[in-house]
Write a protein that binds this ligand. Structure first.
Ligand code: ADP
Length: 423
């Protein structure tokens, strides 16, 4: 009996050891696979899935891990796409963007910002803003904005006249209420300010130009009305002066209206092929009285048979009339005015050279501005309004051409380049 019981016990022991071993293998193998998969996920690999078998708890766990890997993979993909979009937006932005941490360290700059500062993004990240931006006003603004102050300011960056920027600051929120830093956006408003200045100068100039003849007219009218001692001869002289100033007002207003119509595109160009030589002869004919008075010598080099230009005959006439009128006006008696035509790569060049007083180098870049005159008194005396060249420039550009001026102390050359007509 003892022997049989011992045998039975030994058998039972062996059986239980064998069964326990099998059971343990059945549990640990899938667990080892899951551990391996979890390790791969830690390494950022979410593509592989764990094989889930029958419907026990371990298979449920494997399925849950697979689902988690799938959704993490999707989220990472979505984050990558967001990041790419944000990077593309920052690269495409014309405005400079700078992101700072709360302690003023640079976290991010976009290419526009890097161009403004003239440094590479990699050199900038991690530096303090005051090491990068050496502009006291901007530094003060940033330190105020970091402590919750100013939202916007206007600064000028760069040496010399520099460029003007409108800087906007907004705090970078992280989670709820907690500021994680500051975003600064730099908007270049140099052109806007320049246009504002042009507009202000224009209004001031117009007012001044109109006021001068009006003051004179008013003065003479008052003299005629209030002074009984004005004799007939004097009265005649006063009336002539009033007439001269009225004519001048008329010329200024006509030129101003024309300029504003050209600018707003209210003068549609009737474009067709126009032969320049006959047009120039006609224009010279209209100016023959002034030419004769000043005894100028006129030469027209027609450049052989240059093709016609594509343009509006009346407006082209106006361009050359203004330029030739100036050449006559600003050239002392017995001067020479030479018109030369030439063709160059699909364009017709018309050079108008005179032997006159010339234009100083410092004034050359500005003579096409409205009301800009080298010598205001002389221009006025000669009946100029200061609008002639502005009209020329606008009309030439409306024809798709260019106009330039050159002068070396004595004499001036204006060159009008117009597209040749292809038929
Ligand atoms: P203005 O009515 O005063 O002539 P414009 O716009 O035609 O005005 O010309 C602007 C200025 O450019 C003139 O006041 C003059 O100082 C200068 N200018 C234009 N053409 C000539 C020229 N051919 N020679 C010298 N100066 C010129």
């Amino acid at each position: 009996l003892r022997k049989s019981v011992g045998l039975a016990l030994a058998l039972a022991f062996l059986l239980s050891v064998g069964l326990s071993y099998l059971l343990a293998r059945h549990i640990t193998r899938p667990l080892a696979r899951m551990l391996e998969a979890a390790r791969r996920m830690v390494g950022g690999e979410f593509k592989q899935r764990i094989a889930a078998g029958s419907n026990d708890e371990l298979s449920d766990l494997a399925r849950a891990l697979n689902q988690m890997a799938g959704s993490i993979e999707e989220k990472i993909e979505a984050l990558k796409q967001d990041r790419t979009k944000m990077a593309a937006t920052l690269i495409a932005m014309q405005e400079g963007v700078m992101v700072l941490t709360v302690d003023g360290t640079l976290r991010l700059t976009n290419p526009a910002m890097e161009r403004m500062i003239g440094r590479q993004g990699s050199e900038l990240t991690g530096q303090s803003y005051w090491e990068v931006v050496r502009q006291p006003k901007l530094n003060e603004f940033i330190s105020q904005a970091l402590s919750g102050g100013g939202q916007t300011t206007e600064i000028s960056l760069g040496s010399g006249p520099g460029r003007i920027f409108q800087v906007y600051a907004s705090s970078l929120a992280e989670g709820q209420d907690r500021a994680a830093g500051l975003v600064l956006v730099f908007h270049d408003i140099t052109e806007l300010r320049r246009l504002e200045q042009v507009r202000k100068d224009f209004v001031a100039n117009v007012s001044h130009e109109l006021r001068t003849p009006i003051t004179a007219i008013k003065g003479y009218v008052e003299a005629l009305r209030d002074d009984p001692k004005v004799d007939l001869q004097q009265r005649q002289r006063f009336l002539e002066i009033i007439e001269t100033h009225t004519d001048r007002l008329n010329v200024i207003i006509t030129d101003l209206l024309l300029l504003s119509k050209i600018e707003s595109g209210q003068i549609p160009l009737q474009q067709h092929p126009v032969e320049l030589v006959p047009l120039l002869h006609r224009t010279l004919g209209l100016l023959s009285h002034q030419i004769h008075l000043k005894q100028h010598k006129i030469v027209l080099n027609d450049g052989g048979a240059v093709p016609p230009v594509l343009g509006d005959e009346e407006r082209l006439g106006q361009i050359f009339s203004n330029l030739l009128d100036n050449a006559i006006k600003y050239t002392p008696d017995q001067g020479a005015i030479t018109i030369t035509l030439g063709e160059q790569s699909g364009n017709i060049d018309v050079h108008i050279d005179d032997t006159g007083i010339g234009i100083p180098l410092t004034d050359l870049p500005r003579i096409f501005e409205r009301f800009y005159r080298v010598d205001k008194a002389r221009s006025r005396e000669l009946g100029g309004t200061g609008l002639g060249l502005a009209i020329v420039k606008h009309l030439v550009e409306a024809h798709g051409g260019t106009v330039t001026a050159e002068s070396r102390g004595k004499g001036t050359r204006f060159t009008v380049k117009l597209p040749a007509s292809s038929n």
